[in-house]
Every structure is written in C-alpha cells, then in structure tokens.
Design a protein around this ligand. Structure first.
Ligand SMILES: C[S@@+](CC[C@H](N)C(=O)[O-])C[C@H]1O[C@@H](n2cnc3c(N)ncnc32)[C@H](O)[C@@H]1O
Length: 310
C-alpha cells in the first residue's frame, strides 16, 4: 500500500493554497524535509543534461557554439545548467521562470559543486572542453556570491534571471540555444503551446532548441515501488483534483508533444525516446484516455526533443 505519494500530494496541495506558495514550499523543504542541500545525484543529472544541450548545439549548429546567447526555460532552484552553459562558451544566459526561485545559498552550492568537478576532471567529461579563463571566473563567482549576492555574481558571468511567464519573453532575439530540463511536463498544454510559439518566433537560422521531458509520475521518485505509470490510472477530472500548482504534471505522452510541435510548425530534428515499450504496462491500470493510445507511446518514460531552426 503506497501512502507516501498521497501524503506528498496532499502537502503540496495545501501549500499551493497559501498566499506565497513558492516561498512556503522552500521553507517546508528547508525545515521539514531538509531537501535544500544539493544531492550528488541531482547535481550529476543536471551536469549530464547541460552536456546534452551543449552537445546538441555543437553537433547541429557548430558555427553558433562559441560566445553564444542561451535561454533556459524553468530554471528552478539551482543555476547548474546556466553555469554549465557559461562554462561551455555562452556569453549571455537567460533563466526564465515564473518567479526567480534562486537564493544565494543554492547558487553557492551549485558553484562549489562545479568547482569541485572542474578540479576532479568530471566537468569536461560531462560538458566537453572548458576554457581555463571560464573556470577562473567560476571560482571568482563563489567569492562574489558571499560578498555581493548571487544576482551580481551571476550577472558578471552573463547569467540573468528573468522572472515572468516565458510567453512574454522578448529580451533575446535569435538566441543560439533554447533549452529546458524536466519542465515541459509541468506546463498546461495551452500555455506550453504559447511558450513554444514564442521560442519559434525568437529563433533565427541555426538556433537549436533542446527540451528534456520526463514522462514519469514524479511521485514515484519519493515513494519507492510506486509505478512510474501510476498517475495514468486517473481520469482527467480526478487528476485535476489531485494535481497542484507547486509541481503540476500534465501527463502528456511523447506523441502529444510531437502534435503540439506539428501544430506550431516546429520541426523535430532529433527525437530520443526512452522506455517506449508497451509491454512495460503489463498489470498497470490505465484511464480510458491512455488505454486508447499506442501502448509504446504511453510507456515512454522520457524524451529529448531537439530542433534546429532553418
Ligand atoms: C520542475 S521545475 C524546473 C526544474 C529545473 N529545470 C531543474 O532542473 O531543477 C519547472 C519550472 O517551470 C516553471 N514554469 C512553469 N510555467 C512557466 C512559464 N509559463 N514560464 C516560465 N516558467 C514556467 C516553474 O515555475 C518551475 O520552476
């Protein structure tokens, strides 16, 4: 009997009803679950994701892969991917999120972890070559966060938070790279279409857009043994009751993202799917909407969608 996920869903629902839910969520995680310390696995995962985005840019648009401008959608708490983009050659990185969720203590942890990776060789293994000059500036940012705060310290590296709905972002026409990690699955389809449409309009020839999407029930990460397909058993109506605004999950499957891209006239240049094997659904209860879909599509656990705009 799985109860942990239900407890987490209930707490998130309660927090989402408070006046400043993101602040309340941070305080809850800091004081109660003690999860504001950067975990090794979470850090390494983001290092790999940054490596994937940079590799896509270098592979598909090599002439735009130096001194470039980048946009990260849904940056969240830790500026790990933006710092890696700086280390990989970006001169300007925009962190788009509804609110600036960064904090000095979170940015300091990200910088410290990256400095340690630079020292042990893990950094270049994950994200490719990094100029010594950039490592020196990263080290200086660690001290600058303590002295002047993260906004000034990251600003010196060209990294800026841009709070607000990404549908209104217009500060960087023709960025070389637009990317996100585990963000698209948290955005309601109509809003998501608006964001991708905005990115399409900003993109220029050779802009690379790279989105990593996690199609799993995220409660499976806190409730050992809970199936990654668990949330697919609920009807849309029931799910709308369970879901919350702190960490909403749209439950879209890979084909539904492809359909949004198609409607917007955005080509998928590369699509990398994981776990797209319908036999993994054996014994799973599925709501009717998912029973009607191709089982391989429903079973897909993650996708990486890469576009090179022409
Ligand atoms: C799961 S979190 C991101 C996690 C982060 N990428 C990481 O790797 O840790 C999803 C983020 O998307 C942001 N988001 C949702 N809708 C958005 C929108 N319309 N514009 C900008 N950001 C949005 C949320 O505020 C949230 O911080």
């Amino acid at each position: 009997m799985h109860t942990k996920w239900a407890a987490k869903a209930a707490v998130q629902k309660l927090i989402s009803l408070l006046p400043d839910p993101q602040r309340a969520n941070y305080l809850f995680q800091d004081r109660v679950t003690r999860s504001t310390t950067l975990k090794r696995t979470a850090y390494e995962q983001r290092l790999r994701w940054a490596g994937d985005h940079l590799a896509a840019l270098r592979r598909l648009s090599p002439d735009r892969a130096t001194s470039f401008a980048a946009v990260e959608l849904g940056s969240g708490w830790y500026p790990i991917v933006p710092l890696c983009l700086f280390l990989g050659g970006a001169d300007r990185v925009w962190m788009l999120d509804l609110e600036d969720l960064g904090r000095d203590e979170l940015a300091a942890q990200a910088v410290d972890a990256l400095v340690a990776s630079a020292d042990d060789g893990g950094l270049t293994e994950a994200i490719g070559p990094v100029a010594d000059e950039r490592i020196d500036r990263l080290r200086a940012a660690g001290t600058a966060i303590a002295d002047r705060g993260r906004q000034s310290a990251l600003g010196e590296l060209g990294i800026r938070a841009r709070p607000g709905d990404a549908r209104t972002f217009d500060d960087e026409p023709d960025p070389a790279l637009i990317c996100s990690n585990t963000v698209l699955e948290h955005i309601e389809p109509t809003i998501l279409s608006g964001i991708l449409g905005r990115f399409r309009d900003l993109a220029g020839p050779g802009t690379v857009m790279s989105h990593l999407v996690d199609h799993c029930d995220h409660y499976a990460y806190v409730d050992p043994g809970l199936s990654v397909y668990h949330f697919l058993r609920y009807s849309d109506r029931t799910w709308s009751w369970i879901d919350n605004s702190i960490q909403p999950m749209n439950r879209l499957r890979a084909s539904e993202y492809r359909a949004i891209y198609k409607r917007l006239g955005i080509e998928v240049t590369e699509e990398h799917l994981s776990g797209a094997d319908g036999s993994d659904l054996l014994g799973e209860r599925l709501a009717e909407r998912f029973r009607r879909m191709d089982p391989d599509d429903v079973a897909c656990t993650s996708s990486w969608l890469v576009t090179r705009f022409g």
